[in-house]
Design a protein around this ligand. Sequence first.
Ligand code: HPA
Length: 276
Amino acid sequence: MENTLFEKTGAAAEFIAEWSELRPQIGIVLGSGLGAVAGQLKNATAIPFAEIPYFPQSTVPGHSGRLVIGTIQTVPVAVMQGRVHAYEGYSSDEVTFPVRVLGRLGVRRLVLTNAAGGINPALRQGQLVLIADHINLSGRNPVAGQQEEQFGPRFFDMSEAYSARLRRLAQEAGRSAKFELAEGVYISVLGPSFETPAEIRAFRAMGADLVGMSTVQETIAARQMGIEVLGISCVTNMAAGIGKEPLSHEEVIETGRAVERQLAGLLDRLVPLMGG
Ligand code: HPA
């Protein structure tokens, strides 16, 4: 029987390794409305989250809840189609469980995608933005509390949480796909209510360009394990008080759906640059 997080993630990784013969070193997490990218994989096998030992289940519409293992341009990848969020009531250990499992499977580079609200008025709805850095306002940290040294040190450097090398490669992939990638600072909140205009003004003053309800805990867990992280936000809406319309989850999903082909095109070019 597995008791520790290290043992549980090990059991999940073993289960996945038995399911597929591919040994991906690149992991991809698909955010709200962005799940169709998984359909582009070749030689794909899909494992429902429910089948994987100890895996958390997403309760949010727009998140389908499968781990798809396959290839992009012959490079093996492990793609999380859907994720779980702290606002669903999940603990930090649960939110970051899949990323830790990917790490134990051998993933060394991780692409975290998400839907985000645009705070910087220079951004526009439907734009893809590389995360240059983050501000963790979620009140959570996956490394707080339990101390399982097998995952990495308790105190570790976060001065380049989002790899400059991977951002350069993404910019190169973006240029070859003929679209421009902005870069910005992502601030994470717990949610699930959207922000007030006063909160967004405060976040702007703090230096944030984007706001969202995911990603930072996964980044922290990945960095503890020494995994290189690339973050890509899709601006699904302008943040509260920046645009004129009231915000809705439907709009988030709709914009995500409109942009997912662009994201797929980017990943098609980026993954070979990132290597196997
Ligand atoms: N705020 C927080 N999270 C989000 C938003 C937003 O405006 N859009 C998509 N995810």
